[in-house]
Ligand binder design. Structure first.
Ligand code: HEM
Length: 564
């Protein structure tokens, strides 16, 4: 396992750290390759490379990576802001004493713990959304979290992936130095409630341990996971009056929250220390409450006479590495039918919002951004793009532009800077793939070609995102351009729209397939259009354009956002 502490964004020049986060591109400073004594490190790193050689595009990976890395100003995905600072509460008044970051960790536990790993069912599958009225899921955290996550869900990012992402974002954001829980993607949302089985403050110790055991966590794991979770947040009188007395309610804490430790907005070892040393919050209300029946943390911690907790208290790094491992196992507990991606790591060079458009003169406009990460690149580096025509002929490279507005966005993984480009492609020869080269002030150019095959782009069938319009009632008018000479028989669009779902705040993805009609021509292209029923979340509604050629050939322009 890698060091669970994220590299300090300011230390990108450290070659070891740089290599650990290199994504998909088998590059390292050349001198590394010549240093025999680093052979074991290289073997270790090659293992990491093989984990991260995802070719572009990989929509699940690219979307989750965006949420994880793009957390500031230009291209901000918007997730991290909600938990910054970590005591922030996004769903209501700050006076309630609630914490969005802590709620996200609790909801993941409640979704996970009803897994039955023997049967291969449950785990992180967002079934919690259908289970929020159960007494075992009492409190504001479940629906608050689902309401916060719902606007991010789309055809590629499930609610279950958002629940997992939340653990990674919360632990990474609410720790210093930032603690890295590995993230994988591809979870699938349940369409109905799962079984009961979340431990409650009243639950006896045998039942509690059995519930953890069904989910694949033994006694030591259960104790560890609980103390790792209870480093954040509070027990609230509203929701748990049997644990926290009304006296906790004040004008500044109307929900009556009592913290587990003195630092409820920091993912740290304090809860453990305070419990073992008997100071501060002494482990929190589930240890100290006057109502003995609901001292569930105390029962759990004492079930092995504090042996697990003493072991974890040996050092901060022991506590952190154990928590990382347990939390990773928790979010990767999924139904056996679901398969996860490899670890999602920050991409040091990433094409962003790459699209084609057909202008009024029938020329193809090829545009987008190249995002660079400071762990591998400098803001002054130049970025060039070259492309291959439909027939495979290479174009001369052209330079992109770096605008001040898109430079210097900070993230847990370093600083991002964006290079914008827009160039005209002759539609007769077209474009099929592109490569990106980065030129430092003194070094020779490094060329990135998506594992040698080039970054693919479809120019026979183009979804015209920028021409998509949305009526006041949410009805979409979708537009596309298909090369007339492709002689296609049929053009359809599958629009994937997050839509309300009965019984949960988690959206379902409603797919509407529409046949597009030819509506005119623009240069070498035929234009197509169709109306699609109203959508509710324009930001996350996406389309796939599919054009069927006469010889059974199919051209796809996939995962296109309809709003910009
Ligand atoms: C025997 C096992 C557990 C029991 C009985 C239990 C019970 C509780 C209760 C009653 C609360 C108060 C909720 C509220 O007032 O809103 C709470 C809060 C919390 N729990 Fe647990 N818990 C257990 C294990 C875990 C685990 C394993 C995790 C995570 C890995 C976790 C994470 C949290 C977090 C982060 C909070 C704070 C939520 C907030 O501030 O809104 N819990 N827990």
């Amino acid at each position: 396992m890698t060091d669970p502490i994220y590299p300090d964004p300011g230390t990108g020049s450290d070659s070891t750290i740089l290599c650990i986060w290199t994504t998909g591109f088998a590059i390292a400073p050349p001198y590394l390759y010549n240093m025999m004594f680093l052979a074991p490190l290289l073997i270790f790193l090659s293992g990491l490379y093989s984990q991260v050689t995802a070719t572009w595009p990989n929509y699940v990976v690219d979307e989750l990576e965006h949420l994880l890395v793009d957390t500031d100003r230009f291209n901000d995905a918007g997730f991290q802001k909600a938990i910054t600072p970590c005591q922030n509460y996004v769903n209501g008044s700050q006076l309630l004493g609630r914490e969005t970051a802590a709620q996200g960790v609790r909801v993941a536990f409640h979704d996970f713990v009803t897994a039955n790993v023997q049967a291969g069912t449950g785990g992180i599958d967002a079934s919690i959304g259908f289970e929020t009225l159960r007494p075992e899921n009492s409190g504001a955290a479940m629906n608050d979290s689902l309401a916060f996550f719902a606007p991010f869900v789309n055809a590629e990012v499930s609610m279950a992936d958002m629940i997992a992402l939340s653990i990674v974002m919360v632990v990474g954001t609410c720790s210093s130095p930032s603690i890295a829980v590995p993230l994988r993607g591809g979870r699938v949302d349940a369409t109905e409630a799962g079984p009961f089985g979340v431990p409650e403050p009243e639950t006896d110790i045998d039942t509690t341990l059995n519930q953890f055991s069904l989910a694949g966590f033994n006694q030591e794991d259960a104790i560890g996971l609980t103390v790792c979770g209870h480093t954040l947040g509070s027990v609230h009188h509203a929701g748990f009056p049997q644990v926290v007395p009304e006296s906790a309610v004040t004008l500044n804490n109307t929900g009556g929250g009592v913290h587990f430790d003195a630092t409820p907005a920091v993912f740290d070892v304090d809860v453990l220390r305070e419990y073992l040393e008997g100071n501060g919050q002494r482990g929190g209300p589930l240890v100290t409450t006057d109502n003995i029946t609901v001292r569930s943390d105390l029962r759990l911690y004492l079930s092995d006479n504090n042996a697990t907790l003493r072991g974890l208290a040996e050092s901060d790094s022991k506590f952190i590495s154990t928590c990382v491992s347990l939390l990773e196992r928790m979010i990767d507990t999924i139904p056996s039918s679901v398969h996860l991606t490899d670890d999602i790591v920050p991409q040091e060079l990433k094409p962003i919002n790459i699209s084609l458009a057909v202008d009024a003169d029938g020329h193809v406009q090829f545009n987008g951004y190249i995002r660079l990460l400071s762990t591998a690149f400098n803001p002054t580096d130049k970025v060039q793009i070259s492309w291959r025509s439909r027939g495979g002929a290479s174009s001369p490279a052209f330079e992109t532009s770096a605008s001040a507005a898109s430079m210097g966005n900070s993230s847990m993984f370093g600083t991002t800077f964006y290079h914008f480009f827009n160039t005209t492609i002759d539609p007769t020869n077209g474009i099929s793939t592109f490569d990106v080269s980065v030129l430092g002030p003194s070094s020779s150019a490094q060329t990135f070609s998506n594992g040698g095959v080039g970054y693919p782009i479809e120019d026979l069938a183009i979804f015209l995102s920028h021409e998509t319009t949305i009526a006041a009632d949410g009805t979409l008018s979708v537009h596309a351009a298909v090369l007339t000479s492709a002689d296609v028989l049929n053009v359809t669009a599958v629009v994937s729209a997050p839509s309300p779902q009965i019984g949960t705040l988690s959206p379902t993805i409603a797919k509407s397939e529409v046949i597009l009609e030819a509506v005119g021509t623009r240069g070498l292209y035929t234009l197509y259009g169709a109306q699609v029923p109203a959508v509710t979340n324009v930001q996350q509604t996406t389309a796939e354009l599919i054009a069927y050629g006469p010889e059974g050939d199919v051209y796809r322009d996939t995962f296109r956002r309809i709003s910009h």
